[in-house]
Design a protein around this ligand. Structure first.
Ligand code: DLL
Length: 438
């Protein structure tokens, strides 16, 4: 694959040249939001950044962060930088808490987005001869339509099956000879599970690549999916506020997700202080749009935690890579004062071979003390074999978790198929302290 790019001019650009391009593009973006978005005009005036005189990329730190609350406060269209006549698409979040987050696209934005997806797919080895089963949800969620247009632009055959109806997914996969599967990693596991129950031998199917994202998943989960589906499982990342999927994507080397830095200026900050961290440190990722027309955002706090590596990849691409996001700042659980990420728990679980990759973390409070249970499934065989020493097995898992995470977690082994499967983004945590119910 080395030396083979979708957009060679940009993907392997020397980093000094990339910086010049970013500066030029950021200046244009600043002028656009200054002239078209009253919210940003005020912000830029207040912080003393003159868009017309912007020449030094380092000055970006003078601009205050944009947050999800800013999007909600300007609901629905207050941050649009183009008149509705130029807007060709709107996506939005489900809005289960408060106003949904609304995002928009011009024709050029849609083309740019398609290119990013095509770029990402190409870097994983997907070509125009491939048959892509797109099992991300179509609709207001950016996954379905986002992948769709990029895959078509690449010239591949797209099957727009959307999420759900797992038996139909498997029939399509076999009958239409899908070579690429796009969905969340948790849904990929569910597809693998139902397929195995039906006696499908994935080894002998043409499926070879999975493009999985929209939720955090560990390296251990990757190995599990690869072993079950006999594919290369690739990580794709994005957020609707910035464009949707394709903000970054792994190449076939699987050594970090290449950020499309010609379109998004990326910083890592300490989430507590807001101060910038240097390359190689873990913190919250902050994105600034460089080319988006309809709704550019300046220094948007993603709440996702990762770290950057700006060395050239083995594939030759020069764009910085972000480490697999380990979770969101707001996913972090504080249990009796200790910070715990669901991904830390997943990492431990996936290494235990008797366990199935389906789990739920249940957090509560009893007598003013936080409680944490981990419900996890074991396979049919293990359940039958170890029925008499399940408690011993639970304790063994508890002690592994204690050494890795530093708190006691009450493990409850569950019978096969008792934990709800996901067809989209998996819900891994039920926090009863917040009134959530199982
Ligand atoms: O999930 C866009 C997407 C669709 C990405 C399909 C990849 C594939 P939102 O619904 O706005 O957009 O959710 C964005 O999902 O801030 C992360 O917390 C999480 N997320 C997305 N991709 C990954 C990933 C889409 N690869 C939020 N790893 C982001 C970890 C991810 N978390």
């Amino acid at each position: 694959m080395s030396g083979s790019y979708w957009e060679p001019k940009y993907e392997a650009m020397p980093r000094e040249r990339l910086r010049e391009l970013q500066t030029y593009r950021l200046k244009n973006t600043l002028v656009s939001v200054y002239e078209n978005v009253p919210f940003y005009k005020k912000r830029l005036d207040d912080c003393g950044v003159n868009p017309y005189k912007f020449t030094n990329l380092d000055d970006v730190v003078m601009i205050p962060f944009t947050t999800k609350d800013d999007l909600r406060d300007n609901y629905p269209f207050g941050l649009f930088a183009r008149p509705m006549n130029d807007i060709v698409r709107i996506h939005s979040s489900s809005g289960t808490t408060g106003n949904p987050t609304v995002v928009s696209y011009t024709k050029n934005d849609i083309t740019m987005w398609g290119n990013l997806i095509a770029r990402g797919l190409y870097s994983t080895g997907v070509r125009s001869s491939d048959i892509i089963q797109n099992s991300y949800g179509y609709g207001l969620f950016t996954g379905g339509l986002g992948l769709h247009y990029g895959a078509e632009l690449l010239g591949a055959t797209v099957i727009p099956v959307s999420g759900g109806l797992t038996e139909r997914q498997l029939k399509i996969m076999q009958d239409y000879s899908s070579t690429v599967l796009c969905c969340t990693p948790s849904y990929a596991l569910f597809i693998a599970e139902v397929g195995s129950e039906q006696g499908i031998d994935f080894k002998n199917l043409p499926l070879k690549i999975g493009i999985f994202g929209a939720e955090p998943w560990t390296e251990e989960m990757r190995l599990e999916i690869e072993a079950r589906l006999f594919i290369d499982a690739i990580d794709i990342y994005g957020l609707s506020e910035i464009i949707g999927p394709g903000v970054s994507c792994e190449c076939i080397e699987k050594k970090g997700l290449h950020i499309a830095e010609d379109h998004f200026y990326t910083e890592i900050i300490d989430p507590a202080t807001g101060k910038n961290l240097s390359v190689g440190n873990q913190g919250e990722i902050v994105f600034t749009s460089l080319t988006k027309e309809a709704m550019p955002l300046l220094r948007y706090r993603s709440r996702d935690l990762s770290e950057l590596n700006d060395s050239t990849c083995i594939c030759g691409r020069t764009h910085a890579r972000m480490k697999k996001p380990m979770g969101r700042t707001d996913d972090m659980l504080i249990i009796r004062g200790v910070n715990v990420f669901p991904s830390q728990i997943e990492e431990v679980l996936m290494k235990i071979k008797e366990i199935e990759p389906h789990y739920l973390i249940v957090v509560g409070r009893e007598n003013y003390l936080d409680t944490i249970e981990l419900w996890v499934e074991v396979s049919e065989d293990v359940f039958a074999e170890r029925i008499n020493d399940l408690e011993k097995f639970e304790s063994a898992i508890e002690s592994k978790l204690y050494s890795a995470v530093g708190i006691s977690i009450d493990v409850k082994l569950k019978e096969p198929k008792t934990i709800k499967r996901s067809e989209g983004k998996a819900k891994r945590v039920v926090d009863k302290r917040k009134g959530e119910v199982i």
